[in-house]
Each structure stands twice: as structure tokens, then as C-alpha cells.
Design a protein around this ligand. Structure first.
Ligand code: DX5
Ligand code: ZN
Length: 216
């Protein structure tokens, strides 16, 4: 399993310090939630934050684009040093092209589905992506409750991957803690985003260890 702490729940006044903490605690990558106040009702970071983080950590940076114009912003985040860029299916009518451009820039490309979006809308792009992110909350905010029906979606995605002999990583995002992680792992998740559970803990190392222990 890979654990991707979401910096949305970090202390922004001490971002580098918090990133260092999770890196030392054994996080596998960092999840950066980019929100534009339009695609979702919250505003967060731009490419400058990714650019600022790049030299202070060795962890891969994955950028979760919750913006209305992912095709416009993806190149900026690629340039800023993103290792993976995740694009919502719902955010663009040019999904295939946006994913192609991300890959052409030498960056891993991923597609994201909101809870209400069917996996069938990903049929044509699955062979093109390195990662599929199944939202397990409605996007926009940290600290929400895990949507249990999404476990079945993960299981169907896992099955699809096998049937079509594809190799994308399966990721979940939202409401992950030492309980919800179990069902998500059993359904076939490879990468677990965790924001408030990790950064809200008194010891981030203990929180990361508890996630790993929960799925053993
Ligand atoms: C929600 C974000 C998540 C969020 C997860 O829109 O995409 O990455 O940070 O936070 P938790 O783990 O607290 O649900
Ligand atoms: Zn996210």
C-alpha cells in the first residue's frame, strides 16, 4: 500500500516542516489539492506552491486538480515539478487530450471520478492513464465522512483492470482513517490519500503506522 498525505490538512504557516514530518514518518508521496473556487467551493494552491515544495522534499508530488480548466492548468503544474497530475472526468470535455498532453510532458497522468460519476465514463481513457482516483467524499473539503458505497466502485474498477489487462494504480481520496482503510484495501486500492487523519493526529508517524497496520 502507498500512503499519500494530503497537505490540505497541514499547517500552511509551517508547510515545509509538516511535509518533512510525513516524509520522515514514511509517507510514499504527497497529495496536493488544487481548488479553484469554481469546480469546487473552496480555494487552495496554485503552481507556485508546488514549485516551492519541490526542492524541500524527495517525495513524489501528485497534484489533484479540482479546477474548471484542467487543460489550462496542467502544463503549469507540470512545469512547477508535479510528478503526477490528476484530472477530474467531470471538469473537461477534452479528457483524452488533456491526459495525452500531461503524458507528453513526461508527467504521470491520472483521472478522477466524483462519487456520482460512473466508471463507464472512463472506458476510453483507461488505457491512457497511470492512475485512477475514486473520490470517496464529494470533493472540496477535508475531514468529511467516507462514502461506503464507493468501496464497490473500487472493486469494479479492480475487476475492470484485470479484465482489460491494464496497469493503472487505483487510489481513494476522502475520509480515510484506520477503519475505512480496511474496506478500501480489501476492494483493491493501491494508494490511499489521507488528510485530516494524518495531519490531525498528535503524532503523524503513529497515524501512518496505524493505516499500514489496519490492512495487514
Ligand atoms: C477533498 C480532497 C482530499 C482531502 C481529503 O476534496 O480531495 O484530498 O484533503 O481529506 P480527508 O482525508 O480529511 O478526508
Ligand atoms: Zn484530493
Amino acid at each position: 500500500m502507498k500512503i499519500a498525505p494530503s497537505i490540505l490538512s497541514a499547517d500552511f504557516a509551517y508547510l515545509a516542516r509538516d511535509v518533512e514530518k510525513v516524509e520522515q514518518a514514511g509517507a510514499d508521496l504527497l497529495h496536493v489539492d488544487v481548488m479553484d473556487g469554481h469546480f469546487v467551493g473552496n480555494l487552495t494552491f496554485g503552481p507556485l506552491v508546488v514549485q516551492a515544495l519541490r526542492p524541500v522534499t524527495n517525495l513524489p508530488l501528485e497534484v489533484h486538480l479540482m479546477v474548471s480548466d484542467p487543460g489550462v492548468w496542467a502544463p503549469e503544474f507540470a512545469e512547477a515539478g508535479a510528478d503526477t497530475i490528476l484530472v477530474h472526468e467531470e471538469a473537461t470535455s477534452h479528457l483524452y487530450g488533456v491526459l495525452q498532453h500531461i503524458r507528453a510532458a513526461g508527467v504521470r497522468a491520472g483521472v478522477v471520478v466524483n462519487p456520482g460519476t460512473s466508471l463507464s465514463s472512463l472506458d476510453e481513457v483507461l488505457p491512457l492513464v497511470d492512475q485512477v482516483l475514486v473520490m470517496t467524499v464529494n470533493p472540496g473539503f477535508g475531514g468529511q465522512k467516507f462514502l461506503t458505497p464507493m468501496v464497490d466502485k473500487v472493486a469494479r474498477l479492480y475487476q475492470l483492470r484485470q479484465e482489460r489487462d491494464l496497469h493503472f494504480a487505483i487510489e481513494v481520496d476522502g475520509g480515510i482513517n484506520d477503519q475505512t482503510v480496511k474496506a478500501a484495501a480489501a476492494a483493491g486500492t493501491d494508494i490511499f490519500v489521507a488528510g485530516s487523519y494524518v495531519f490531525g493526529a498528535s503524532n503523524v508517524g503513529d497515524a501512518i503506522t496505524a493505516l499500514r497496520e489496519a490492512v495487514k
